[in-house]
Design a protein around this ligand. Structure first.
Ligand code: FAD
Length: 321
């Protein structure tokens, strides 16, 4: 078994960012593992997605003919298992996303392959694939190897691996698996997009986030105005989003959005739980403001102040006026 098979993720006629990120992650594994880097695009109506998947480092793009273009877990499972049989890859990469979770584990079970989900680090040591993944709700990092496994299926965390920027010179192939056994098992009703978000945490380079310390939705406008004045994107911790004080799109962290492009992050009244840190601890400059000097946020902060966030907002307001 040799080569890396990446299953492209697409929605609404466009590849999702995670597809390029998986290609970026695979580029570093290709030489030590050996074999070709293949990308499978399932349900690509006119070949445009296959073209878009032809990024630097890709050797072959396989357009898998499907009865429809929308995501269907059973169809993806069937297609990937057929591809695994045809191409015999040593590694299969699937997005750790809502769609990936719906078929990735089933693929691994059917193939009897090694398996890890939520993988954020992957390397080859002494010819063996080793990965690191989150565990216990993100509280610990778990290192996993797969001794004796000829094939390993990995689900990669998004916004973690850099995607290649250049286009590739991959050969194009098509595959038409037999999906007849799936006929009538399920039907697609409609695609309901998420409500449009007023912020893009993943792309923001400066974020000011508030935590539970804001106490009430009535206090949100004070901090939103502060972020606006300073030219920052307004983020929050999960309790703020869960309480409905800000839309979910503002939430930073493991079950929110990772601040992948952020250079400056100001955390106002956020304790620094591991799940929040998962979305921002990599940021170049972190400033923490918290009345509790022992708050874990200070462990990752480059600058900190044990100050009440309301007093800070008031003082800054006076400074502006
Ligand atoms: C599976 C899972 C996924 C999760 N995903 C996420 C996620 O994506 N993002 C996320 O944020 N959380 C996530 N959580 C929740 C996470 O565990 C924490 O509960 C959450 O991050 C805490 O939010 P917080 O820091 O705002 O609140 P708290 O932990 O209550 O901290 C509030 C902080 O404010 C300080 N404070 C209080 N008053 C003031 C004041 N006036 N001035 C200054 N400081 C003050 C306190 O000292 C305290 O440190 C997840 C949890 C689980 C189990």
């Amino acid at each position: 078994m040799a080569g890396i098979l990446i299953v492209a993720e697409h929605m609404d006629g466009a590849l999702r960012d995670i597809t390029g990120e998986m290609i970026g992650a695979a580029a570093g594994l290709k030489d030590p593992l050996g074999g070709a880097l293949m990308v499978a695009v399932i349900g690509d109506e006119d070949g445009s997605l296959a073209e878009a998947a032809n990024l630097e480092g890709v050797d072959e793009v396989i357009s898998v003919k499907a009865p429809h273009t929308h995501f269907d877990a059973a169809l993806y499972e069937e297609a990937v298992c057929t591809l695994a049989e045809e191409r015999a890859p040593s590694t299969i990469l699937i997005a750790h996303s809502a769609a990936g979770m719906a078929y990735g584990p089933a693929v691994a079970a059917r193939l009897g392959s090694g398996f890890a989900s939520d993988v954020f680090e992957v390397k080859v040591e002494a010819g063996e694939l080793n990965t690191t993944r989150g565990g216990y709700g993100g509280k610990v990092n778990i290192e996993l190897g797969f001794p004796g496994k000829g094939c390993v299926t990995l689900m990669l965390r998004g916004a973690t691996f850099p995607a290649p920027e250049g286009t590739g010179s991959a050969s194009m192939a098509t595959l038409a698996p037999d999906f007849s056994t799936l006929a009538g098992q399920s039907s697609h009703l409609e695609y309901q997009p998420a409500p449009p978000a007023d912020v893009d945490i993943a792309k923001a380079d400066f974020i000011i986030s508030v935590g539970r310390a804001v106490q009430d939705d009535k206090n949100i406008p004070t901090f939103a105005a502060l972020a606006d004045r300073l030219g920052a994107t307004f983020g929050c911790s999960r309790p703020v989003a869960d309480s409905g004080w800000l839309p979910k799109a503002h939430q930073v962290g493991q079950s929110g959005t990772i601040a992948s492009n952020c250079k400056l992050y100001i955390a106002l009244g956020i304790s620094g739980a591991v799940q929040h840190l998962a979305g921002m601890k990599h940021v170049e400059t972190i400033i923490a403001v918290n009345t509790d000097a022992n708050a874990p946020m200070f462990n990752v902060a480059h600058y900190g102040a044990t100050v009440d966030i309301f007093e800070l907002a008031e003082a800054l307001e006076k400074e502006f006026n």
